[in-house]
Design a protein. Structure first.
Length: 259
């Protein structure tokens, strides 16, 4: 059996006056080396996509983090300058893929911006600049550090007993590398909170009625997926779900391929 393939929606980036469709290397590396799957980068367009045509060709959906934020209009809020930067093409690509992947029982892992997209796609809302709220810690990346320092494992989250993630990592305290300035405000009706930070911030969710693996985490398991045990376990579980889905797909016969 060939390696299964997961789709990763791209961000729009500009370099030297050119527009690029990009995904950070750390997500692609974790998919290959920790989950054991291949990855297709899905270009981000605001219109014109056939979502099923994409999902017909893959066995899972990995929704990555990003420097951009989901546009507040998508959860009924007014946008202001501090809510940005925005990437409307990423929104228009990721949210339909998330909804349709869930409809089709295609395994889904959503990370950082991805968990926020998952929440919005299913009817939830987001809170901006959470460090300004009373009692909420500053979850942003620390200043003056390199990338390893930025993604250092420095925070504890509590994984709820009996949850989907507890079946992978075990219940109780888990050390993670969570860095963000937005978070889930109103949890979507179809989502179950799986893990919370000590200040009450939602750090992980699962889709209640999902027929396959469907988990979102606010932290960054992809960065240390090859060396940190909980990070590796999460990607291994996703990879196992992707392989199970791929094994259950009907093979394409030569006649079907020609047609």
């Amino acid at each position: 059996m060939t390696k299964p393939i997961v789709a990763i929606p791209a961000d729009i980036r500009s370099f030297d006056g050119a527009t690029w469709h990009a995904v950070q290397h750390q997500y692609l590396r974790a998919a290959l080396n920790a989950a054991g799957v291949m990855a297709f980068i899905i270009p981000a367009f605001e219109a014109g996509y056939d979502t099923d045509a994409i999902l017909d060709r893959v066995d899972g959906l990995l929704v990555s983090g990003s420097a951009s934020n989901v546009h507040p209009s998508l959860y009924g809020a007014e946008a202001n300058d501090k809510d940005g930067p925005f990437d409307p093409a990423r929104d228009a690509t990721s949210l339909p893929l998330i909804r349709r992947a869930l409809d089709r029982a295609i395994p889904l892992l959503a990370i950082c911006r991805g968990i926020q997209e998952l929440n919005v796609a299913l009817g939830g809302s987001l809170a901006s600049e959470i460090q300004e709220q009373p009692g909420i810690w500053d979850h942003r990346r620390p200043d003056g550090v390199d990338r390893d320092g930025m993604y250092a494992i420095r925070q504890s989250v509590h994984v709820k007993e009996g949850s989907c993630i507890a079946s992978i990592l075990g219940p109780g305290e888990v050390r993670v590398n969570s860095l963000h300035r937005q978070a889930i405000a109103r949890t979507a009706p179809r989502l179950q909170v799986e893990a919370i930070a000590e200040d009450g911030t939602v750090e992980a969710v699962s889709v209640i009625d999902a027929k396959a693996f469907a988990v979102g985490v606010q932290w960054h398991p992809e960065y240390w997926a090859e060396t940190d045990k909980p990070s590796n376990q999460l990607f291994e579980a996703f990879g196992d779900a992707v392989r199970t889905y791929a094994a259950g797909k009907l093979p394409v016969t030569p006649a079907q391929a020609i047609a």
